[in-house]
Design a binder for this molecule. Structure first.
Ligand code: GLU
Length: 305
């Protein structure tokens, strides 16, 4: 059930603005808008790149640019600056390096914000060419879309208020109000493995976080990579607790039948991991939250469907 009403959103926005302003004014507080543009890597655009066997790539070539689906409210991963409309974060950098590898100047990308529950439809109806936004690869989703990668390994975790004493892990969620995004794997895992929790779903995790700050829910659950970003923005108010209790390998979602695009993206990821671009991108974005660059997971080049 999605319970995003305009009134709730307005309250959430006010709380968020108040907190962000407070955090911005504090000395030593983490940057609220992600990396400075000058610190981001520059990706060499492949010259004369051709991928005629990919209908998605061919359509993009005729159009002249890529449409890429992303998130816009996930700090250090995919975040849109409301003033400039600029997107930044690790997922955005992955999208930019993939664009360069496919022969499209990253400055021409049209980013489209797509919520977790709408990713498969957006890929199926051609609204986007591919999707880079904390998108877990799994067998259920593979029935609907294809996945290049993985390019990062996250794990489900819990975000609570700083003064929370009772919640240390998913075993403590019975009778608690737990918020997650509709259509996400963390939402599904709570539903099946921790049925005594009271689940609340919104379109986005940022609305869940606003609800946590206003005592309307007791915890927010999703990937640790996402939660660490929210906690880093208001470290006096929020904390991530417990150990990750799942594996969430992040893939690049592609239209299911476009194996040529999927394999080209696998090649591109491998090359960008090898030449240091992946690590530079991580350090300029997700790395700002304080976690050093991990070794990227092995690419799973599964057979054409
Ligand atoms: N990685 C999880 C998923 O793909 C949670 C994050 C998200 O909703 O994007 O469902």
């Amino acid at each position: 059930m999605i319970r995003t009403t305009p009134a709730r959103l307005a309250v959430a926005a006010l709380v968020c603005i108040a907190l962000l302003t407070a955090a911005c004014g504090k000395e030593g507080s983490p940057p609220t808008k992600g990396p400075a543009a000058g610190k981001l890597p520059h990706y060499q655009v492949a010259e004369g790149f051709e991928l005629p066997s990919s209908p998605t790539w061919e359509r993009a070539r005729k159009r002249g640019y890529l449409n890429i689906g992303v998130k816009e409210d996930q700090p250090y991963l995919g975040e849109k600056d409301p003033a400039s409309g600029t997107y930044s974060g690790f997922d955005i950098e992955i999208a930019r390096m993939m664009s360069a590898s496919l022969g499209f100047d990253p400055s021409t990308i049209r980013f489209k914000t797509i919520a977790s529950a709408n990713r498969e439809t957006a890929l199926q109806n051609g609204q986007i060419d591919f999707y880079v936004g904390t998108y877990t690869i799994n067998d259920n989703r593979k029935k609907l879309v294809g996945f290049a990668g993985p390019y990062y390994m996250a794990g489900q975790s819990l975000l609570v208020r700083k003064n929370e004493k009772d919640i240390h892990g998913p075993q403590d969620l019975a009778g608690k109000r737990v918020c997650s995004a509709a259509g996400s794997t963390p939402y599904q895992r709570i539903q099946t493995d921790y049925p005594r929790a009271t689940l609340v779903a919104y379109d986005t995790y940022s609305v869940c976080v606003d609800n946590l700050l206003t005592y309307q829910v007791d915890a927010v659950t999703t990937d640790d990579a996402i939660l660490i970003g929210y906690a880093a923005k208001v470290p006096d108010e929020l904390k991530v607790v417990g150990r990750p209790f799942s594996k969430e390998p992040y893939g690049i979602g592609v239209p299911r039948d476009d194996n040529a695009l999927r394999f080209a993206l696998d090649d591109a990821l491998e090359a960008r991991e090898k030449n240091g671009d992946w690590k530079r991108a991580y350090e300029a974005t997700l790395g700002l939250s304080g976690v050093p660059a991990p070794t990227p997971p092995a690419i799973d080049r599964y057979p054409a469907s």
